[in-house]
Design a protein around this ligand. Structure first.
Ligand code: MN
Length: 424
């Protein structure tokens, strides 16, 4: 199965009726480490599932790997991508819905601008660049209208190119898809790279697609819900506020919108919720960036592992463990790591005996292997993350790197004492 249903086992099942406005979000937030299945959403027959991959272990397992094997698994999938395969007919087109109102789309936080689809991947095509799949928040603003936040990345480029031709951009939104597909769409691949090929590489088999009914695109055939539509050129509306990965509100901006032309779903469709700022949201955003850090630091040192830490919303703080070979490796790794993930503000580089997934171990390394005057790198006035409320205008920030690796010539002083197994 390349759908999401294989992951429902062990879910917390909520039988009582809850509202799509705040109530479901509240349950997801108070069960942030567990998959939750809501059987009854008020006014709807479609159940809702959320927190599908709420831990690093769950997401790694859905990607077909482990916490330790993750970086290598993605690197291998990128090296051996698998072409998607178009099939005839798919369960995602079994039923046609009348409007977005037929979907139990959640309203999450008090000050949000409206109900938001947060687990949808948006698929588009450009004659020269080919297919693109990316994740965008989608604010419901009518029976058939979704305002779309388009950061100036690939889809924005596709939209601008269509706009220059005076054309609407055709899109399809797939909701309720396998985490490997959601992960691939979150991966910062170069423009023109078909993210579905990465999904196939991760799954170890072609991602099966089906042709849309009203637009010239193909979508994952095991998706729960498909929204086909067009983004008209040059027409903008207010999008936001919206709570992003740090749990703080993002501002209102003028953004384009999708005018839906067809909405279809499986006969027994599940709506997938993804709570903003939840561990699942953070992991899906942060983990692909760990690969970028790994690639960048691997050019200057031997990397053992990389983690964007949970406390930093899996976005702002990185920990990199290396096999140190020369005294300069620590600081080189700091610079390379910051280059590999531009939104990162603080990074700590540790020896390979430190578990980067263990906050206590990282603090131990800083406590016992780090001297600020010698081992800190401070870089003021760098472009950081717009999601960091403490950053200045234009997301200007001060970046800090901590080299918490042991000096190579003082190995003995840093040796960790052991208790012998046998009597002396
Ligand atoms: Mn792309």
């Amino acid at each position: 199965m390349t759908g999401l249903r294989a992951l429902l086992e062990g879910a917390l099942v909520v039988e009582e009726e809850v509202s799509q406005d705040f109530e479901a979000a509240r349950v997801l937030q108070s069960n942030r480490d567990r998959t939750v299945l809501f059987r009854h959403i008020r006014g709807h027959t479609m159940p809702v599932v959320g927190n599908l991959c709420p831990t690093r272990e769950r997401l790694c397992s859905a990607l077909g790997t482990t916490r330790e094997g993750y970086l290598g698994h993605v690197a291998a999938a990128l090296e051996r991508p698998v072409e998607p395969a178009v099939r005839e007919g798919g369960s995602c087109q079994e039923v046609t819905l009348g409007s977005l109102g037929d979907l139990p789309i959640l309203r999450h936080f008090e000050g949000d601008g409206g109900r938001y689809i947060t687990s949808g991947i948006v698929i588009a095509r450009d004659e020269e660049l080919g297919r693109n799949a990316s994740v965008h928040r989608l604010m419901v603003s009518g029976q058939k209208r979704l305002r779309i936040r388009m950061v100036e990345r690939h889809l924005y480029e596709y939209y601008k190119r269509a706009e220059a031709r005076g054309e609407a951009l055709e899109v399809a939104v797939a909701v309720g898809i396998h985490p490997a597909v959601l992960y691939a769409a979150s991966y910062p691949a170069p423009i023109g790279y078909d993210e579905f090929r990465l999904a196939g590489g991760l799954l170890g088999r072609p991602l099966e697609l089906v042709r849309c009914k009203t637009v010239g695109l193909e979508v994952p055939r095991e998706a729960e819900i498909i929204i086909e539509g067009r983004i008209p050129p040059g027409r903008l509306e207010d999008e936001g506020p919206f709570v992003d990965v740090t749990g703080t509100y993002d501002i209102v901006r003028h953004q384009p919108y999708i005018e839906a032309t067809k909405i279809t779903c499986r006969r027994d469709a599940l709506y997938q919720a993804l709570l903003p700022s939840s561990p699942e949201h953070r992991l899906l955003m942060g983990m692909p960036r760990e690969c970028g850090i790994y690639t960048s630091v691997s050019k200057v040192a031997k990397v053992r592992n990389v983690c964007l830490t949970e406390g930093s919303c899996s976005w702002l703080h990185g920990a990199v463990s290396i096999e140190k070979a020369t005294e300069e490796d620590g600081k080189r790794a700091i610079m390379a790591a910051l280059e590999g993930h531009k939104s990162m503000k603080h990074v700590v580089v540790v020896d390979s005996d430190i578990d980067v997934f263990d906050p206590q171990a990282l603090e131990f390394a800083i406590a016992t292997r780090f001297q600020a005057d010698r081992d800190a790198v401070i870089l003021p006035n760098r472009k950081g993350s717009s999601l960091d409320p403490s950053a200045g205008k234009g997301a200007l920030t001060t970046k800090v790197g901590l080299d918490a690796t042991k000096p190579l010539d003082r190995e003995k002083e840093y040796e960790l004492a052991r208790i012998p197994e046998k009597k002396a």
